[in-house]
Write a protein that binds this ligand. Structure first.
Ligand code: AMP
Ligand code: MG
Length: 364
């Protein structure tokens, strides 16, 4: 077994400034510290992540995040074997803040520098938390991303499909805004939906008839907007009970699409890699109880293991970046000072580039 190493991870691709220390080897790694500074308040007045504000907040907090991560791990930079940093995809100002910080530390201490793809961080987290074996199917559902990935090794990914417009978290956040609920919208909509009837509104479930694994969520948000306007016209306001019905109906439509497409993605994944070991989820939307229960039921039906890492490792964090760094380090994949920040960086280089940009940055 490979000798254990200690990796410092740095993440700043969206609206979380994070640093973490991970120690171990590919088969047995442990999160020693995991520091995340969120920026929700800095962006609250703008209804979404403002790239310039995010970049400045990262630059201000990143040194502190690294310091805290080292302190909590009770080590110094001298005990670190390599520095892993998110080099994309994401909001380029934020990614740059992380890459510059990592380069500075690497130069000062003569430590190897490893650029990590943020999406690889999410995709490989189930190996860190549940030691699942390759190949597996990953459903990444977050505020900025939505895709099915067949994960066959730490650097072999096939993108089987994904959203062609909004990410699911974005749809939750926009729905919350339309209905006067607070941000982040996911938890607010889910809580309201608990008291609602999901059959009250017939909302669209686009692209279900198509055999591929692509999804679309922007029409759903527009349908919520129309339904809200109809309710206001009829009731001269938005009664709480009806709002809950609309939240429940929205959540059900999104869940149904995700589940139906996951079923198709699993068939496509098995056609390419029959030995699929599990369905794993990652991203903030994976916290949603209704979606999680639906995916669990699907996995039970198709006799597939379901893996959902704990939420702190499902949402943006630096432990996942440190872990990918560890895997790359074991394979001798290190970078030099020419490492650059990449706003776009698809994991599957062969899949066609998607156009458009979500509220949390360019879609990869
Ligand atoms: P991430 O992009 O992975 O940092 O996750 C943030 C996104 O997850 C935001 O768009 C949230 O609205 C969404 N989210 C968080 N909790 C939930 C939930 N319980 N249900 C649906 N979406 C959620
Ligand atoms: Mg985030």
């Amino acid at each position: 077994m490979t000798k254990p190493v200690t990796i410092l991870g740095i993440e700043s691709s969206c609206d979380d400034t994070a640093a973490a220390v991970v120690r171990g080897n590919a088969h047995d790694a442990r999160v020693v510290s995991n520091v995340v500074f969120g920026q929700t308040e800095a962006h609250a007045a703008f209804g979404g992540v403002v790239p310039e504000i995010a970049a400045r907040a990262h630059a201000e907090k990143i040194d502190r995040a690294v310091e805290d991560a080292l302190n909590q791990a009770n080590i110094t930079l001298d005990q670190i074997d390599a520095i892993a940093v998110t080099a994309g995809p994401g909001l380029v100002g934020g990614v740059l803040a992380g890459v510059m910080c990592a380069k500075g530390l690497s130069l000062a201490k003569g430590l190897p520098l490893i650029g990590v793809n943020h999406l690889a961080g999410h995709a490989l987290t189930p190996q860190l938390t549940d030691q699942i074996e390759f190949p597996y199917l990953m459903l990444l559902v977050s505020g900025g991303h939505c895709q099915f990935l067949l994960v066959e090794s730490h650097d072999t990914y096939t993108r089987l499909g994904g959203t062609i417009d909004d990410a699911p978290g974005e749809a939750f956040d926009k729905t919350a805004r339309i209905l006067g609920l607070p941000q982040p919208g996911g938890p607010a909509v889910e809580t309201a939906a608990l008291h609602g009837n999901e059959r009250a509104f017939a909302l669209p479930r686009p692209l279900l008839h198509r055999d591929d694994c692509n999804m679309s969520f922007s029409g759903l948000k527009t349908a919520v907007l129309r339904a809200r306007d109809d309710i206001i016209a009829e009731h001269s306001g938005l009664p709480t009970g009806i709002r809950s019905d609309l939240c429940a109906s929205f959540q059900a439509a999104l869940r149904d699409v995700l589940i139906a497409k996951t079923r198709k993605a699993m068939v496509a994944a098995r056609a390419k890699a029959p030995a699929i070991t599990a369905l794993a989820v990652a991203g903030g939307v994976a916290a949603n109880g209704s979606i999680r229960t639906g995916l669990e039921a699907l996995c039970a039906e198709i006799d597939t293991k379901f893996v959902a890492p704990p939420l702190s490792l499902c949402t943006d964090n630096a432990a996942m970046i440190a872990f990918v760094g560890l895997l790359k380090f074991e394979h001798g994949q290190v970078d030099d000072m020419s490492l650059s920040a990449r706003p776009r960086w698809p994991l599957d280089q062969t899949s066609p580039t998607l156009l458009g940009s979500g509220k949390k940055g360019a879609k990869a």
